[in-house]
Design a protein around this ligand. Sequence first.
Ligand code: TRP
Length: 334
Amino acid sequence: MARVFSGIQPSGDVHLGNYVGAINRWAHDQRPEHTYCIVDLHAITAGHDPATLRAKTLDLATWLLAAGLDPDVCTLFVQSHVPEHAECSWVLECTATMGELGRMVQFKQRAEGRDTVPVGLFTYPVLQAADILLYHAEEVPVGADQRQHIELTRDIAHRFNSRFGETFTLPRATLPPAGARIMDLQLVDKKMSKSLDSPQGTLLLDDSEATTRKKLLRAVTDSGTEVRAAPDKPGITNLLDLFAAVTGAEVAALEQHYDGKGYGAFKGDLAEAVNGFLRPVRDRHAELAADPGAVAEALRKGAAKAQEVASQTMAVVRERVGFLAGTVARSPVE
Ligand code: TRP
């Protein structure tokens, strides 16, 4: 069984795209050799509000637990609770080059030409490499936009191993199945995303059922009336994919069922299906949100498990790099 590591940022509200593309997949696939991380260190690279970050981190953890991630099965933790991430990142920064980081598309999109870009936005992928390499992950489930960062992780790991001796495992990205890519309901050619700033096009897990319904009824559709997936019908195609993703039905079967019924009936049923799909996780989230102590306890357990692995990897890294052996003071996770 492959060792798996993935991370999710506690920035913005959790939406259906995160849920279907990542969170729900993680919950379904979880095993003892899987590690999932709320990457709060990554969430401070572009300006943030401290109180909001703290609240979002707790809320994201609550959603992950509500989705069924079980701290007794996998490892679920908050990145800043395991200081080895920042330490490993520094060592890897001395292995990575300006040239390769400058070629990262995500960095270029966010930063190029701006003089006041925080250095952390530039070194962000190295921290991501540290996340993955500390746990010797073989597979990293991510969206296609993260593929380049995983390639970089391989390059950094390979270079480190060549220079200092076999230390890190070279990971590979595993992309979600096609149907797991949920598109914005208004900007139908864009992936649903917290950075898109399309409130009407983004279905939040935190939305009420009424709001969910309203957003789905107002989702952009195409001209015509036929419920059919086709390249010239991107709006309806997305909604059919979404229907299929939340019910497990085949798109072809849905097309047949809604033949001649029009968009209205289709969207109404879709709203029912999405709300039905999210109801258990929304209910569980409400229960857990009322018991933040239980969430904190799950994260404490997760950090302890994660640190057990990360500290062993760092002990090897320190030795390989040539740091003087001694007693390492580390903030304990009791
Ligand atoms: N950069 C990832 C994103 O924006 C989040 C992330 C951080 C991550 N560290 C990771 C994903 C390690 C996979 C593995 O989605």
